[in-house]
Design a protein around this ligand. Structure first.
Ligand code: HEM
Length: 160
């Protein structure tokens, strides 16, 4: 299935200690651009813009961007238009990390999680995530590969 006007969302807090560090310890801030949003507990939501089924799994493209800044711009972390490839036993979250480049960085590996189905709705709740090697540098090489990041939630409606 390929769907260009789907309904769904990705919810992800990135990492609680990162948010605390940037906004409290380092005295920095974060901006949200496009259709992403944040709730009262610091969880970001990115709306789904495209869903494709592939190899028994899904490739899900979301829209919106986060930008963390601190230390007078030395800390400059962007997470732009995330994408998730999710299969029954594995998954990866990718995003653009440079506003001037379309290249995707693999950011976290998802723990195995089967979706729950409710009619046309599929939901993956509290999916564990771990930092991948390819994303160590974007966080200032402070978190080693394998560091637990915030759990993810994914919701999609597959008819329409
Ligand atoms: C002026 C330069 C910087 C200084 C003085 C600085 C200082 C610190 C300090 C003191 C901590 C420990 C905070 C704590 O847990 O109490 C820390 C953590 C951290 N720093 Fe920096 N830092 C600098 C630049 C950067 C840059 C450029 C990045 C990223 C690109 C970065 C990313 C991080 C991250 C991800 C943590 C771990 C936060 C956590 O999860 O607890 N820092 N830094």
């Amino acid at each position: 299935m390929s769907n260009t006007d789907p309904i769904g969302s990705l919810t992800w807090a990135v990492r609680d200690s990162l948010m605390r560090y940037v906004t409290v310890i380092a005295g920095g801030s974060f901006d949200i651009d496009g259709p992403a949003s944040i709730d009262g507990s610091g969880v970001f939501t990115f709306p789904l813009v495209r869903a494709e089924s592939s190899d028994g799994g899904w490739r899900l493209m979301f829209s919106g961007s986060l930008h963390f800044t601190a230390h007078h711009g030395l800390l400059d972390i962007r997470i732009i238009d995330p994408e998730i490839v999710v299969r029954p036993a594995s998954g990866t979250l990718y995003a653009r990390t440079d506003a001037d480049s379309p290249a995707l960085t693999a950011i976290v590996e998802l723990g195995a999680a089967a979706p729950t189905e409710d009619g046309a709705d599929l939901a993956w709740d509290a999916v564990p995530s771990q930092l991948l090697d390819s994303a160590v540098e974007m966080f200032g090489s402070v978190y080693p590969a394998g560091t637990p990041m915030a759990p993810l939630g994914i919701r999609i409606t597959i008819d329409s």
